[in-house]
Design a protein around this ligand. Sequence first.
Ligand SMILES: Nc1nc2c(ncn2[C@@H]2O[C@H](COP(=O)(O)OP(=O)(O)OP(=O)(O)O)[C@@H](O)[C@H]2O)c(=O)[nH]1
Ligand SMILES: [Mg+2]
Ligand SMILES: [Zn+2]
Length: 315
Amino acid sequence: MRARIIRSSQRNFDCRLSTGEVVVATAKGNLLKNDESLVVGDFVTLTLEQNYIITEREDRSSEIFRVLIREARRKVTAANCDVLFIVTSVSKPAFKRGIIDRFLVRAHQWGIPAHIIFNKMDEHDPETVDLNFEADRLSSLGVRCFELSALEPAYAPRFLADGPNELRSILKGKTAILLGQSGVGKSSTINFLSTKGEVNLKTQAVGRAGKGSHTTTWSEVIDMGEFDLIDSPGIRSLSLDDINPTELLSYFPDLEQIATTCKFSNCAHEPSSQGCGFNELGGSRREQELVMSRLESYHRILEEASSTPQWAKKV
Ligand SMILES: Nc1nc2c(ncn2[C@@H]2O[C@H](COP(=O)(O)OP(=O)(O)OP(=O)(O)O)[C@@H](O)[C@H]2O)c(=O)[nH]1
Ligand SMILES: [Mg+2]
Ligand SMILES: [Zn+2]
């Protein structure tokens, strides 16, 4: 019978059957040869002997992974996600634009469409985070931005077109994974989206320094009725040192397009670069700032990606 892995711990897998019932299964030995070969989100075939055994894993439509350069392999942490939501907080932890751009690079690498959730809008200070600026700088990428307060069910968007209702409507029939720093409210957002309150994931206050408490420790699939959400542990920092620097610009399609206007194909896109398209941007001052803020992220990540030797990245 067909099932979906919703949690895993060492060699035991919690699997959800089509009836909604959750059973514990172990896996046939050959499925665990590489220790990451069964992950949350995988669809599998189960047989019932003395207990449930996973005999087969279906091909994946997508993988959330990271390249372990020292071990020259991919570490997959979740499978079959249709869309990913980068959850950010506009209060504590402090909003970090760079993290959004980093996750967008990953989303491109994984081939999964990404959207942003601006959470904790009940504590928003317009002087600190300009939501319209943040949304406009990503609009050409097809990234949608949702504003919400996971603790205030009635919160209606004040700055952007999309709020909780639009979020619910694009989730129907899909599997979405929530990613972001610890304490931004990933688990709270999932609790909030369960309209009947049937989901009650553990959450924990952000510490004095504005840092999350790393409350969620393992990824798991949450059955939301009309859709599946994957809760994930908050990250400390999102390293991109496994990215090939020569490919980085292709993960910034908005910048890549402008770069085609640079006079030299090996242009470094620095303020001193001759004939660089980024130094001759048209449009309003604000439009230029939107682009330059993306270019700044690109340069930061490029520096990091260039600090790791190339031979280490052939995975
Ligand atoms: N004011 C306010 N607080 C919120 C909101 N959403 C979440 N919080 C609080 O922020 C804290 C962290 O929320 P969590 O849902 O545990 O955050 P998380 O992203 O799941 O964190 P990790 O599991 O550690 O990665 C909790 O104390 C929540 O009550 C919100 O919209 N407004
Ligand atoms: Mg959590
Ligand atoms: Zn250039």
